[in-house]
Design a protein around this ligand. Structure first.
Ligand code: DGL
Length: 273
Protein backbone atom coordinates (compact mmCIF):
# COMPACT_ATOMS: atom_id res chain seq x y z
CA UNK A 1 0.00 0.00 0.00
CA UNK A 2 1.17 3.52 -0.77
CA UNK A 3 1.79 5.97 2.07
CA UNK A 4 -0.57 8.34 0.27
CA UNK A 5 -3.39 5.92 1.03
CA UNK A 6 -4.08 7.71 4.33
CA UNK A 7 -5.41 10.70 2.40
CA UNK A 8 -9.20 10.97 2.50
CA UNK A 9 -11.78 10.53 -0.23
CA UNK A 10 -13.86 13.64 -0.98
CA UNK A 11 -17.61 13.18 -1.40
CA UNK A 12 -20.02 15.97 -2.29
CA UNK A 13 -23.65 16.62 -3.10
CA UNK A 14 -25.94 19.64 -3.21
CA UNK A 15 -26.97 18.67 0.32
CA UNK A 16 -27.82 15.70 2.49
CA UNK A 17 -28.73 13.39 -0.42
CA UNK A 18 -25.16 12.22 -0.95
CA UNK A 19 -25.37 10.56 2.47
CA UNK A 20 -27.13 7.71 0.64
CA UNK A 21 -23.92 7.25 -1.36
CA UNK A 22 -21.68 7.77 1.67
CA UNK A 23 -23.61 4.95 3.40
CA UNK A 24 -22.62 2.57 0.58
CA UNK A 25 -19.03 3.89 0.50
CA UNK A 26 -18.55 3.30 4.23
CA UNK A 27 -19.87 -0.25 3.86
CA UNK A 28 -17.62 -1.00 0.89
CA UNK A 29 -14.51 0.84 2.17
CA UNK A 30 -14.61 0.63 5.96
CA UNK A 31 -10.95 1.50 6.43
CA UNK A 32 -10.95 4.73 4.47
CA UNK A 33 -11.33 8.30 5.63
CA UNK A 34 -14.01 10.48 4.01
CA UNK A 35 -14.66 14.20 3.87
CA UNK A 36 -18.31 14.94 3.04
CA UNK A 37 -19.47 18.30 1.73
CA UNK A 38 -23.17 19.21 1.63
CA UNK A 39 -23.53 22.30 -0.55
CA UNK A 40 -26.90 22.98 1.06
CA UNK A 41 -26.37 26.75 0.87
CA UNK A 42 -26.69 26.39 -2.91
CA UNK A 43 -29.34 23.63 -3.12
CA UNK A 44 -31.36 22.57 -4.94
CA UNK A 45 -28.95 21.93 -7.82
CA UNK A 46 -31.79 20.47 -9.86
CA UNK A 47 -33.16 23.89 -10.75
CA UNK A 48 -29.73 25.41 -11.64
CA UNK A 49 -28.10 25.76 -15.04
CA UNK A 50 -24.90 24.01 -16.14
CA UNK A 51 -22.62 27.05 -15.72
CA UNK A 52 -23.66 27.42 -12.10
CA UNK A 53 -23.20 23.69 -11.40
CA UNK A 54 -19.77 23.67 -13.07
CA UNK A 55 -18.64 26.68 -11.05
CA UNK A 56 -19.83 25.17 -7.73
CA UNK A 57 -18.25 21.81 -8.56
CA UNK A 58 -14.90 23.44 -9.42
CA UNK A 59 -14.96 25.45 -6.20
CA UNK A 60 -15.69 22.41 -4.04
CA UNK A 61 -13.05 20.23 -5.71
CA UNK A 62 -10.41 22.94 -5.31
CA UNK A 63 -11.34 23.15 -1.61
CA UNK A 64 -11.07 19.35 -1.24
CA UNK A 65 -7.63 19.37 -2.84
CA UNK A 66 -6.23 22.42 -1.03
CA UNK A 67 -7.58 21.64 2.44
CA UNK A 68 -7.70 17.86 2.51
CA UNK A 69 -5.38 16.55 -0.22
CA UNK A 70 -8.04 14.08 -1.28
CA UNK A 71 -6.86 10.98 -3.17
CA UNK A 72 -10.20 10.47 -4.97
CA UNK A 73 -13.44 12.33 -5.47
CA UNK A 74 -17.00 10.99 -5.49
CA UNK A 75 -19.61 13.28 -7.04
CA UNK A 76 -22.54 11.91 -5.02
CA UNK A 77 -25.04 13.88 -7.05
CA UNK A 78 -26.68 12.87 -10.35
CA UNK A 79 -27.28 16.51 -11.27
CA UNK A 80 -23.68 17.67 -10.74
CA UNK A 81 -22.36 14.53 -12.45
CA UNK A 82 -24.45 15.19 -15.55
CA UNK A 83 -23.43 18.85 -15.73
CA UNK A 84 -19.83 18.88 -14.56
CA UNK A 85 -18.02 15.54 -14.38
CA UNK A 86 -16.38 15.92 -17.81
CA UNK A 87 -14.91 19.32 -16.92
CA UNK A 88 -13.76 18.11 -13.50
CA UNK A 89 -11.95 15.18 -15.14
CA UNK A 90 -10.32 17.55 -17.63
CA UNK A 91 -9.20 19.90 -14.85
CA UNK A 92 -7.90 17.10 -12.57
CA UNK A 93 -6.66 14.33 -14.89
CA UNK A 94 -4.59 12.59 -12.21
CA UNK A 95 -7.43 12.43 -9.63
CA UNK A 96 -9.76 9.41 -9.70
CA UNK A 97 -13.25 10.95 -10.05
CA UNK A 98 -16.35 8.79 -9.70
CA UNK A 99 -19.80 10.07 -10.66
CA UNK A 100 -23.33 8.73 -10.41
CA UNK A 101 -26.03 8.37 -13.04
CA UNK A 102 -29.62 7.11 -12.85
CA UNK A 103 -29.56 3.28 -12.84
CA UNK A 104 -31.34 2.77 -16.17
CA UNK A 105 -29.11 -0.09 -17.32
CA UNK A 106 -29.69 -2.30 -14.24
CA UNK A 107 -33.39 -1.41 -14.45
CA UNK A 108 -33.64 -2.78 -18.01
CA UNK A 109 -32.03 -6.04 -16.89
CA UNK A 110 -34.25 -6.38 -13.83
CA UNK A 111 -37.66 -5.22 -15.10
CA UNK A 112 -40.12 -7.89 -16.24
CA UNK A 113 -42.84 -5.57 -17.57
CA UNK A 114 -40.17 -3.42 -19.27
CA UNK A 115 -41.97 -0.32 -18.06
CA UNK A 116 -39.53 1.63 -15.91
CA UNK A 117 -40.15 4.77 -13.88
CA UNK A 118 -37.35 7.32 -13.52
CA UNK A 119 -37.55 10.05 -10.89
CA UNK A 120 -34.81 12.68 -11.09
CA UNK A 121 -34.24 16.42 -11.03
CA UNK A 122 -35.31 18.54 -13.99
CA UNK A 123 -31.66 19.37 -14.68
CA UNK A 124 -30.63 15.69 -14.80
CA UNK A 125 -33.49 14.73 -17.11
CA UNK A 126 -32.68 17.65 -19.46
CA UNK A 127 -28.95 16.93 -19.57
CA UNK A 128 -27.18 15.70 -22.69
CA UNK A 129 -25.57 12.91 -20.65
CA UNK A 130 -28.95 11.55 -19.55
CA UNK A 131 -30.44 11.90 -23.04
CA UNK A 132 -27.58 9.83 -24.48
CA UNK A 133 -28.13 7.12 -21.85
CA UNK A 134 -31.87 7.07 -22.53
CA UNK A 135 -31.42 6.91 -26.30
CA UNK A 136 -29.08 3.93 -25.95
CA UNK A 137 -31.76 1.95 -24.06
CA UNK A 138 -35.03 3.17 -25.55
CA UNK A 139 -35.47 0.12 -27.77
CA UNK A 140 -35.31 -2.19 -24.73
CA UNK A 141 -37.96 -0.70 -22.45
CA UNK A 142 -40.49 2.09 -22.00
CA UNK A 143 -39.26 4.79 -19.62
CA UNK A 144 -41.66 7.05 -17.72
CA UNK A 145 -39.67 10.15 -16.75
CA UNK A 146 -40.72 12.29 -13.81
CA UNK A 147 -38.99 15.51 -12.69
CA UNK A 148 -39.63 16.04 -8.98
CA UNK A 149 -39.27 19.77 -8.22
CA UNK A 150 -39.75 20.51 -4.54
CA UNK A 151 -38.89 17.05 -3.26
CA UNK A 152 -35.22 17.87 -2.58
CA UNK A 153 -35.97 21.03 -0.54
CA UNK A 154 -38.53 19.02 1.47
CA UNK A 155 -35.92 16.32 2.22
CA UNK A 156 -33.31 18.98 3.05
CA UNK A 157 -35.76 20.45 5.55
CA UNK A 158 -36.75 16.97 6.86
CA UNK A 159 -40.35 18.09 6.32
CA UNK A 160 -42.35 14.85 6.41
CA UNK A 161 -45.62 16.47 5.29
CA UNK A 162 -44.09 18.08 2.22
CA UNK A 163 -42.13 14.89 1.41
CA UNK A 164 -45.36 12.86 1.57
CA UNK A 165 -47.28 15.34 -0.61
CA UNK A 166 -44.53 15.51 -3.26
CA UNK A 167 -44.17 11.71 -3.38
CA UNK A 168 -47.94 11.22 -3.74
CA UNK A 169 -48.11 13.87 -6.47
CA UNK A 170 -45.19 12.57 -8.54
CA UNK A 171 -45.80 8.84 -8.13
CA UNK A 172 -49.48 9.49 -8.88
CA UNK A 173 -48.52 11.22 -12.12
CA UNK A 174 -46.36 8.27 -13.23
CA UNK A 175 -48.42 5.18 -12.46
CA UNK A 176 -49.85 2.64 -12.65
CA UNK A 177 -47.31 0.62 -10.66
CA UNK A 178 -47.42 -3.17 -10.44
CA UNK A 179 -46.34 -6.38 -12.08
CA UNK A 180 -49.02 -6.65 -14.79
CA UNK A 181 -48.30 -5.85 -18.42
CA UNK A 182 -48.07 -2.10 -18.96
CA UNK A 183 -47.37 -1.34 -15.29
CA UNK A 184 -44.19 0.15 -13.82
CA UNK A 185 -42.46 -2.65 -11.90
CA UNK A 186 -39.09 -0.89 -11.43
CA UNK A 187 -38.49 2.65 -10.18
CA UNK A 188 -35.12 4.34 -10.65
CA UNK A 189 -34.34 6.84 -7.90
CA UNK A 190 -32.22 9.13 -10.07
CA UNK A 191 -31.38 11.64 -7.37
CA UNK A 192 -29.35 10.74 -4.30
CA UNK A 193 -31.85 12.47 -2.01
CA UNK A 194 -34.77 10.23 -3.01
CA UNK A 195 -33.78 7.05 -1.13
CA UNK A 196 -34.55 9.05 2.02
CA UNK A 197 -38.15 9.45 0.81
CA UNK A 198 -38.59 5.73 0.16
CA UNK A 199 -41.16 5.09 2.87
CA UNK A 200 -43.35 7.91 1.53
CA UNK A 201 -42.96 6.69 -2.05
CA UNK A 202 -43.94 3.16 -1.02
CA UNK A 203 -47.34 4.46 0.08
CA UNK A 204 -48.04 5.31 -3.58
CA UNK A 205 -46.21 2.56 -5.48
CA UNK A 206 -46.86 -0.44 -3.22
CA UNK A 207 -44.27 -2.82 -1.82
CA UNK A 208 -43.73 -5.00 -4.89
CA UNK A 209 -42.07 -2.34 -7.06
CA UNK A 210 -38.26 -2.62 -7.16
CA UNK A 211 -36.40 0.59 -6.31
CA UNK A 212 -32.95 1.14 -7.80
CA UNK A 213 -30.41 3.62 -6.46
CA UNK A 214 -26.78 4.08 -7.42
CA UNK A 215 -24.83 4.10 -4.14
CA UNK A 216 -23.56 0.51 -4.15
CA UNK A 217 -22.26 0.51 -7.76
CA UNK A 218 -20.53 3.86 -7.10
CA UNK A 219 -18.84 2.41 -4.01
CA UNK A 220 -17.65 -0.65 -5.96
CA UNK A 221 -16.30 1.55 -8.76
CA UNK A 222 -14.49 3.69 -6.16
CA UNK A 223 -12.84 0.57 -4.77
CA UNK A 224 -11.80 -0.52 -8.28
CA UNK A 225 -10.20 2.85 -9.04
CA UNK A 226 -8.38 2.96 -5.70
CA UNK A 227 -6.99 -0.51 -6.30
CA UNK A 228 -5.90 0.47 -9.83
CA UNK A 229 -4.12 3.54 -8.42
CA UNK A 230 -2.57 1.54 -5.56
CA UNK A 231 -4.39 3.85 -3.14
CA UNK A 232 -6.70 1.45 -1.30
CA UNK A 233 -6.41 1.64 2.49
CA UNK A 234 -7.46 -1.67 3.99
CA UNK A 235 -4.90 -2.34 6.68
CA UNK A 236 -6.88 -1.83 9.87
CA UNK A 237 -9.36 -4.70 10.23
CA UNK A 238 -12.23 -3.89 12.56
CA UNK A 239 -11.95 -0.15 12.03
CA UNK A 240 -14.97 1.82 10.76
CA UNK A 241 -14.62 4.63 8.25
CA UNK A 242 -13.96 8.12 9.64
CA UNK A 243 -15.99 10.98 8.19
CA UNK A 244 -15.51 14.74 8.51
CA UNK A 245 -18.65 16.73 7.62
CA UNK A 246 -18.92 20.25 6.17
CA UNK A 247 -21.94 22.22 4.99
CA UNK A 248 -22.32 25.50 3.12
CA UNK A 249 -25.82 25.68 4.64
CA UNK A 250 -26.75 24.86 8.21
CA UNK A 251 -24.14 22.43 9.63
CA UNK A 252 -26.47 21.24 12.40
CA UNK A 253 -28.99 20.07 9.76
CA UNK A 254 -26.26 17.94 8.15
CA UNK A 255 -25.27 16.52 11.54
CA UNK A 256 -28.94 15.63 12.26
CA UNK A 257 -29.27 13.91 8.88
CA UNK A 258 -26.04 11.93 9.45
CA UNK A 259 -27.35 10.77 12.82
CA UNK A 260 -30.78 9.91 11.47
CA UNK A 261 -29.75 8.06 8.32
CA UNK A 262 -26.19 6.85 8.98
CA UNK A 263 -26.41 6.48 12.75
CA UNK A 264 -23.32 8.69 12.95
CA UNK A 265 -23.07 11.02 15.90
CA UNK A 266 -20.97 13.63 14.11
CA UNK A 267 -20.11 17.29 14.31
CA UNK A 268 -20.50 19.22 11.05
CA UNK A 269 -18.52 22.38 10.33
CA UNK A 270 -19.31 25.37 8.14
CA UNK A 271 -17.85 25.23 4.65
CA UNK A 272 -16.02 28.41 3.69
CA UNK A 273 -15.13 27.83 0.07
N1 DGL B 1 -28.93 14.92 -4.85
C1 DGL B 1 -28.78 15.50 -6.11
C2 DGL B 1 -28.90 14.53 -7.26
O1 DGL B 1 -28.58 13.38 -7.10
C3 DGL B 1 -29.24 16.90 -6.39
C4 DGL B 1 -30.53 17.33 -5.86
C5 DGL B 1 -30.76 18.82 -5.99
O2 DGL B 1 -30.06 19.56 -5.32
O3 DGL B 1 -31.65 19.20 -6.76
O4 DGL B 1 -29.28 14.91 -8.35
Amino acid sequence: MSKLSICPIGVFDSGVGGLSVLRALRAELPHEKFVYVADSGHAPYGERDDDYLIERSHTIVRWFRDRHQVKALVVACNTATAAAIHVLREAHPELPIIGIEPALKPAVVQSKTKVIGVMATRSTLNSEKFKRLLTSLENQATFVLQPCSGLVPAIEALDAIKIGAACAQYAGAMGPFGSNAGEIDTLVLGCTHYPFAESSLRASTGEAVAYLEGGAPVAKQTRRLLVAANQLHDEEPGKTADVAFYSSGEPSALASAALRWLDLDAVALPLHS
